[in-house]
Write a protein that binds this ligand. Structure first.
Ligand SMILES: C[S@@+](CC[C@H](N)C(=O)[O-])C[C@H]1O[C@@H](n2cnc3c(N)ncnc32)[C@H](O)[C@@H]1O
Length: 305
């Protein structure tokens, strides 16, 4: 058991990544390094680059000459790799979202379980925190974040309440926010509702959907034909983007076609439906319950009709 983070769909993701022994791979979300270590164990003379923007992951770096951690946001995938002389890779795995370590560290402000500053930055050097959003965004902006990223129905009323309340007293901590939210939900649904609001703020703080779009588009440029893209996501917004990109080459699901009407997409989806965790994994690691893994293989673009 890894205390930092228990990897999800570990065997399945490595199997579908189809690691070739001499290949160059990217683990876009290093975290506790569970997936990275499994990739290294199947690589022979290959090389693994791992990305993570959280400085806490440094303690998890494996002692292995075939490994390098790039402490950067994965939205800079192409540029960061080219700084290491890498322009093509054989496959990429991303296990999105926050790690258990981030979630369970009280002062990071990700969890409704602890009273802490509303921080929620994965990259501790980032300028935007959840408290800053709550204190400075207009009611219209707050409403848009809550409804788009948290899929919350009464987002307008909540946004208005935040705007009114913060004029009287700053909303800086998780409990300040929870206190305000209580009036919008029945006690039996509180936790689910709070978690959605927190998810919405976290997505905005870390520009999670923007980073994912960049990652997918750049992966399409640098994965070699036949190379695999394996993405594990934990909420429907991310999964929809991944599904659309793998099917249509576009995160919005807008098919790109050539003048003859042929679909132009960089990847072929390999699995018809996303792979999910089994009962055994879910009982050992409840976090795996919401995981959805999608896999696609890079098309040889010169072979397109
Ligand atoms: C779910 S954890 C990954 C766990 C990892 N697979 C393991 O086995 O331990 C996600 C990690 O990705 C990092 N992360 C999330 N979004 C990122 C981004 N846009 N750029 C770089 N790292 C990111 C987080 O900081 C976190 O450590």
């Amino acid at each position: 058991m890894n205390e930092y983070h228990q990897p999800v769909l570990l065997n399945e993701s490595i199997e579908w990544l189809n690691v070739i022994e001499k290949g160059i791979y990217v683990d876009a979300t290093f975290g506790g390094g569970g997936h990275s270590r499994a990739i290294l164990s199947t690589l022979k003379d290959g090389y693994l680059y791992a990305f993570d923007c959280d400085k806490d992951v440094i303690k998890n770096i494996p002692d292995d000459s075939r490994f390098r951690l790039i402490r950067a946001n994965f939205k800079y995938l192409k540029n960061s790799l080219s700084e290491h002389g890498v322009t093509q890779i054989d496959g990429l795995l991303a296990d999105l979202g926050v790690s258990s370590h981030q979630f369970d560290t009280e002062n990071r402000g990700f969890s409704i379980r602890f009273d802490a500053e509303l921080d929620m930055r994965m990259d501790q050097s980032g300028k935007l925190t959840a408290a800053k959003i709550i204190q400075t965004y207009s009611a219209a902006e707050l409403k848009s974040i809550l409804s788009r990223y948290g899929e919350i129905q009464n987002s307008g009323r909540i946004a208005h309440a935040i705007e009114t309340e913060r004029k009287k007293k700053a909303i800086r901590t998780t409990s300040d926010l929870i206190q305000l939210l209580k009036r919008f939900v029945k006690p039996e649904s509180e936790n689910k509702f709070f978690a959605r609001v927190f998810q919405a703020l976290r997505i905005e703080v870390n520009d999670e959907l923007g980073a994912l779009k960049n990652l997918l588009e750049q992966a399409a440029e640098i994965i070699v034909p036949g190379g695999r893209l394996v993405i594990i996501s934990y909420h429907s917004l991310e999964d929809r983007m991944v599904k659309n990109f793998m099917r249509y080459g576009d995160t919005w699901g807008e098919p790109h076609k050539d003048i003859k009407g042929n679909l132009i997409r960089p990847f072929n989806p390999i699995l018809k439906k996303p792979l999910t965790a089994g009962i055994k994994e879910i009982s050992c690691n409840p976090r795996s319950k919401s995981a959805k893994m999608r896999v696609a293989e890079k098309i040889n673009l010169s072979e397109l009709p």
